[in-house]
Design a protein around this ligand. Structure first.
Ligand SMILES: [Zn+2]
Length: 204
């Protein structure tokens, strides 16, 4: 029994019982691209058979597929930062927070997949396939981790860079829920505006 899809051709070490009750139904779900269900089935299997190497590998593999699917869905997410011309940038705070949450969720799933791979490596330290798969998960996790750190820094640094008040209405800005426009002032300081305040300024 091998998992060939996605280029990972790894022998699955499962007992006939583990295969029949967990691996096979999970692989059937995976064939329909139901990776979250496949992952559930395998996790149930690991509760009953915690030492099953085949189920450990499948947990990592399906976890990776769930994370991969979620991150490709993010490409259809509306852009959180949009240039408005003249050096002004609009940042959608609510969307940024939502996106940040998604990134965190994906990183968590990848961390669980990685834990499973680490357990598997302890029993198969010289398996090239397992080492290669771990590298794959690591690089994806690091990439997403960096992106989510940048996003978090954008939200938490904004008040330091541009203050907590709108230049237009002088009321406070909530960077993680509102749409905010950033623009360099003549003194080359960064100014922040609520989007509607910036738009009404532009009309005048
Ligand atoms: Zn305002």
């Amino acid at each position: 029994m091998r998992v060939a899809e996605g280029g990972f051709d790894v022998p699955l070490k499962c007992s006939p019982e583990e295969y029949k009750h967990f691996a096979e139904p999970a692989l059937q779900e995976a064939q329909k691209s139901n990776f979250p269900s496949a992952l559930d089935i395998v996790e149930n299997g690991l509760n009953a058979h915690p030492a099953s190497e085949g189920l450990m590998f499948l947990k990592a593999y399906f976890g990776y597929k769930v994370a991969d699917t979620m991150s490709s869905e993010l490409t259809s997410f509306p852009k959180v930062i949009q240039p408005l011309g003249n050096g002004a940038l609009m940042v959608d705070g609510a969307m940024t927070s939502q996106l940040f949450g998604k990134f965190q969720e994906i990183v968590k799933i990848l961390s669980e997949a990685e834990e499973s791979i680490n357990e598997l490596l302890q029993v198969n330290p010289s398996s090239q396939e397992v080492v290669a798969f771990k590298g794959y998960i690591d690089s994806k996790k690091n990439q997403l981790g960096r992106e989510s750190e940048n996003m978090k820094a954008t939200i938490s640094n904004s008040p330091n860079l541009a203050g907590s008040f709108c230049v237009g209405c002088r009321k406070s800005i909530s960077y993680d829920t509102q749409k905010v426009v950033f623009q360099k002032s003549s003194a080359s300081q960064l100014e922040a505006w609520h989007l509607p305040c910036f738009q009404s300024k532009a009309k005048n």
